[in-house]
Ligand binder design. Structure first.
Ligand code: DX5
Ligand code: ZN
Length: 213
Protein backbone atom coordinates (compact mmCIF):
# COMPACT_ATOMS: atom_id res chain seq x y z
CA UNK A 1 0.00 0.00 0.00
CA UNK A 2 1.29 3.44 -0.90
CA UNK A 3 0.64 6.70 -2.64
CA UNK A 4 0.17 7.33 -6.36
CA UNK A 5 0.93 10.52 -8.25
CA UNK A 6 -0.79 10.47 -11.63
CA UNK A 7 1.26 11.88 -14.53
CA UNK A 8 -0.81 13.69 -17.15
CA UNK A 9 1.92 13.24 -19.78
CA UNK A 10 0.16 10.31 -21.47
CA UNK A 11 -3.32 11.79 -21.15
CA UNK A 12 -5.34 13.32 -23.98
CA UNK A 13 -4.67 17.05 -23.63
CA UNK A 14 -7.85 17.82 -25.56
CA UNK A 15 -9.74 16.48 -22.53
CA UNK A 16 -7.62 17.89 -19.73
CA UNK A 17 -10.54 18.91 -17.51
CA UNK A 18 -12.04 15.41 -17.73
CA UNK A 19 -8.70 13.82 -16.81
CA UNK A 20 -8.40 16.09 -13.77
CA UNK A 21 -11.96 15.33 -12.69
CA UNK A 22 -11.34 11.60 -13.09
CA UNK A 23 -8.24 11.84 -10.86
CA UNK A 24 -10.12 13.97 -8.30
CA UNK A 25 -12.56 11.11 -7.80
CA UNK A 26 -9.86 8.52 -7.05
CA UNK A 27 -7.62 7.97 -4.03
CA UNK A 28 -4.60 9.30 -5.96
CA UNK A 29 -2.25 11.28 -3.73
CA UNK A 30 -1.43 13.99 -6.27
CA UNK A 31 -1.21 15.04 -9.91
CA UNK A 32 2.29 14.81 -11.37
CA UNK A 33 3.30 17.50 -13.89
CA UNK A 34 6.26 16.68 -16.15
CA UNK A 35 7.87 19.91 -17.34
CA UNK A 36 10.36 19.31 -20.19
CA UNK A 37 12.36 22.00 -21.96
CA UNK A 38 13.89 20.19 -24.94
CA UNK A 39 17.38 20.96 -23.54
CA UNK A 40 17.86 18.83 -20.44
CA UNK A 41 15.73 16.13 -22.04
CA UNK A 42 15.09 15.48 -25.75
CA UNK A 43 11.42 16.41 -25.60
CA UNK A 44 9.15 19.38 -24.87
CA UNK A 45 5.98 18.72 -22.90
CA UNK A 46 4.06 21.76 -21.67
CA UNK A 47 4.49 24.92 -19.64
CA UNK A 48 2.77 27.56 -17.55
CA UNK A 49 -0.62 27.85 -19.33
CA UNK A 50 -1.08 24.08 -19.05
CA UNK A 51 -0.27 24.15 -15.32
CA UNK A 52 -2.71 27.01 -14.87
CA UNK A 53 -5.47 24.97 -16.53
CA UNK A 54 -4.72 21.89 -14.39
CA UNK A 55 -4.68 24.06 -11.27
CA UNK A 56 -8.19 25.24 -12.08
CA UNK A 57 -9.66 21.72 -12.21
CA UNK A 58 -7.51 19.73 -9.77
CA UNK A 59 -8.57 19.11 -6.19
CA UNK A 60 -5.36 17.14 -5.56
CA UNK A 61 -1.95 18.53 -4.58
CA UNK A 62 0.18 19.38 -7.61
CA UNK A 63 3.56 17.68 -7.82
CA UNK A 64 5.82 19.22 -10.50
CA UNK A 65 8.85 17.37 -11.89
CA UNK A 66 11.14 19.89 -13.60
CA UNK A 67 13.25 18.46 -16.41
CA UNK A 68 14.58 21.89 -17.35
CA UNK A 69 17.95 23.65 -17.18
CA UNK A 70 18.40 26.57 -14.77
CA UNK A 71 15.08 25.86 -13.05
CA UNK A 72 15.49 28.54 -10.35
CA UNK A 73 14.42 31.28 -12.79
CA UNK A 74 10.82 30.19 -12.32
CA UNK A 75 10.37 28.84 -8.76
CA UNK A 76 8.19 31.75 -7.74
CA UNK A 77 6.07 31.38 -10.86
CA UNK A 78 5.43 27.70 -10.13
CA UNK A 79 4.44 28.60 -6.58
CA UNK A 80 2.05 31.28 -7.83
CA UNK A 81 0.46 28.75 -10.21
CA UNK A 82 -0.39 26.49 -7.30
CA UNK A 83 2.42 23.92 -7.30
CA UNK A 84 2.70 22.25 -3.88
CA UNK A 85 5.66 19.90 -4.40
CA UNK A 86 8.51 21.11 -6.63
CA UNK A 87 11.17 18.60 -7.68
CA UNK A 88 14.37 19.59 -9.48
CA UNK A 89 17.00 17.33 -11.00
CA UNK A 90 20.34 16.87 -9.24
CA UNK A 91 21.91 17.03 -12.73
CA UNK A 92 20.59 20.57 -13.40
CA UNK A 93 21.44 22.25 -10.08
CA UNK A 94 25.10 23.00 -9.26
CA UNK A 95 23.94 24.78 -6.09
CA UNK A 96 21.36 22.22 -5.11
CA UNK A 97 21.11 23.01 -1.40
CA UNK A 98 20.41 26.65 -2.18
CA UNK A 99 17.69 25.63 -4.65
CA UNK A 100 16.02 23.34 -2.14
CA UNK A 101 16.11 26.04 0.54
CA UNK A 102 14.62 28.56 -1.88
CA UNK A 103 11.78 26.19 -2.81
CA UNK A 104 10.96 25.75 0.88
CA UNK A 105 11.25 29.48 1.55
CA UNK A 106 8.60 30.06 -1.11
CA UNK A 107 6.28 27.73 0.79
CA UNK A 108 6.52 24.61 -1.37
CA UNK A 109 7.82 21.15 -0.50
CA UNK A 110 11.25 20.52 -2.03
CA UNK A 111 12.22 17.50 -4.09
CA UNK A 112 15.42 16.15 -5.69
CA UNK A 113 15.24 13.86 -8.75
CA UNK A 114 18.11 11.64 -9.91
CA UNK A 115 18.60 10.11 -13.34
CA UNK A 116 19.16 6.35 -13.61
CA UNK A 117 22.93 6.89 -14.06
CA UNK A 118 23.30 9.13 -11.00
CA UNK A 119 24.19 7.25 -7.81
CA UNK A 120 22.18 7.79 -4.65
CA UNK A 121 25.44 8.48 -2.79
CA UNK A 122 25.58 11.89 -4.56
CA UNK A 123 22.67 12.96 -2.36
CA UNK A 124 24.41 12.48 1.00
CA UNK A 125 24.88 16.23 1.52
CA UNK A 126 21.57 17.41 0.06
CA UNK A 127 18.87 15.16 1.51
CA UNK A 128 18.74 17.26 4.68
CA UNK A 129 17.02 19.95 2.61
CA UNK A 130 14.59 17.68 0.78
CA UNK A 131 11.00 16.72 1.53
CA UNK A 132 11.03 14.20 -1.31
CA UNK A 133 13.61 12.29 -3.35
CA UNK A 134 12.62 11.01 -6.79
CA UNK A 135 14.39 7.99 -8.23
CA UNK A 136 13.97 7.99 -12.01
CA UNK A 137 13.35 4.43 -13.16
CA UNK A 138 13.57 5.39 -16.85
CA UNK A 139 15.73 7.99 -18.57
CA UNK A 140 13.54 11.08 -18.40
CA UNK A 141 11.91 12.58 -21.48
CA UNK A 142 9.10 10.27 -22.50
CA UNK A 143 6.15 8.41 -21.06
CA UNK A 144 5.56 4.73 -21.75
CA UNK A 145 9.15 3.49 -21.34
CA UNK A 146 10.27 0.22 -19.76
CA UNK A 147 11.17 0.15 -16.03
CA UNK A 148 14.92 -0.15 -15.35
CA UNK A 149 15.34 -2.99 -12.80
CA UNK A 150 18.52 -1.54 -11.21
CA UNK A 151 16.27 1.18 -9.77
CA UNK A 152 15.14 -1.26 -7.05
CA UNK A 153 18.58 -1.30 -5.48
CA UNK A 154 18.69 2.50 -5.50
CA UNK A 155 15.37 2.67 -3.63
CA UNK A 156 16.71 0.36 -0.90
CA UNK A 157 19.93 2.35 -0.68
CA UNK A 158 18.02 5.61 -0.32
CA UNK A 159 15.79 4.14 2.36
CA UNK A 160 18.90 3.03 4.27
CA UNK A 161 20.30 6.58 3.97
CA UNK A 162 17.07 8.05 5.33
CA UNK A 163 17.13 5.74 8.35
CA UNK A 164 20.82 6.31 9.01
CA UNK A 165 20.37 10.09 8.93
CA UNK A 166 17.06 9.97 10.82
CA UNK A 167 15.30 12.01 8.11
CA UNK A 168 11.73 11.80 6.85
CA UNK A 169 11.75 12.72 3.15
CA UNK A 170 9.37 10.73 0.94
CA UNK A 171 10.75 8.33 -1.67
CA UNK A 172 9.12 8.71 -5.08
CA UNK A 173 9.74 6.46 -8.11
CA UNK A 174 8.92 7.52 -11.68
CA UNK A 175 8.90 5.63 -14.98
CA UNK A 176 7.57 2.33 -16.27
CA UNK A 177 5.35 1.61 -13.28
CA UNK A 178 2.37 -0.71 -13.60
CA UNK A 179 0.27 -3.19 -11.62
CA UNK A 180 2.95 -5.88 -12.07
CA UNK A 181 5.88 -4.05 -10.44
CA UNK A 182 4.07 -1.69 -8.00
CA UNK A 183 4.00 -3.95 -4.95
CA UNK A 184 7.69 -4.81 -5.29
CA UNK A 185 8.51 -1.10 -5.42
CA UNK A 186 6.57 -0.42 -2.23
CA UNK A 187 8.36 -3.38 -0.59
CA UNK A 188 11.74 -1.91 -1.49
CA UNK A 189 10.82 1.37 0.18
CA UNK A 190 8.94 3.54 -2.33
CA UNK A 191 6.35 5.82 -0.69
CA UNK A 192 4.95 7.35 -3.89
CA UNK A 193 4.71 5.82 -7.36
CA UNK A 194 4.27 8.02 -10.43
CA UNK A 195 2.02 6.47 -13.04
CA UNK A 196 1.22 7.80 -16.49
CA UNK A 197 1.03 5.29 -19.27
CA UNK A 198 -0.49 2.45 -17.24
CA UNK A 199 -3.33 4.78 -16.23
CA UNK A 200 -4.15 6.50 -19.49
CA UNK A 201 -3.75 3.39 -21.69
CA UNK A 202 -6.15 1.48 -19.47
CA UNK A 203 -9.77 0.97 -20.41
CA UNK A 204 -10.73 2.17 -16.94
CA UNK A 205 -8.11 4.75 -15.83
CA UNK A 206 -9.63 5.25 -12.36
CA UNK A 207 -9.48 1.50 -11.68
CA UNK A 208 -5.88 1.43 -12.95
CA UNK A 209 -4.98 4.09 -10.36
CA UNK A 210 -6.68 2.23 -7.49
CA UNK A 211 -4.93 -1.00 -8.58
CA UNK A 212 -1.49 0.38 -7.76
CA UNK A 213 -2.27 2.27 -4.53
C1 DX5 B 1 9.30 10.69 -17.81
C2 DX5 B 1 8.37 11.33 -16.81
C3 DX5 B 1 7.39 10.42 -16.18
C4 DX5 B 1 6.53 9.68 -17.10
C5 DX5 B 1 5.96 8.51 -16.38
O1 DX5 B 1 10.28 11.59 -18.17
O2 DX5 B 1 9.10 11.91 -15.76
O3 DX5 B 1 6.65 11.07 -15.16
O4 DX5 B 1 5.50 10.45 -17.64
O5 DX5 B 1 5.21 7.89 -17.29
P1 DX5 B 1 5.06 6.33 -17.48
O6 DX5 B 1 4.21 5.87 -16.33
O7 DX5 B 1 4.39 6.33 -18.79
O8 DX5 B 1 6.41 5.69 -17.52
ZN1 ZN C 1 7.94 12.64 -13.95
Amino acid sequence: MGKVSVSLLSSDFAHLADSCKMINQTNAWSIHLDIMDGVFVPNISYGFPFIEAVSRYSKKPLDAHLMTVAPSRYYQRYRDLGINWLTVHWETCPHLNRDLQEIRRLGMKSGIAVNPATPVSHLEQAVHYADLVLIMSVNPGFGGQVFIPESLEKISELKEMRTRKDLDFLIQVDGGINDTNASELYKHGADILVAGNCVFQAEDPAAAIEAII
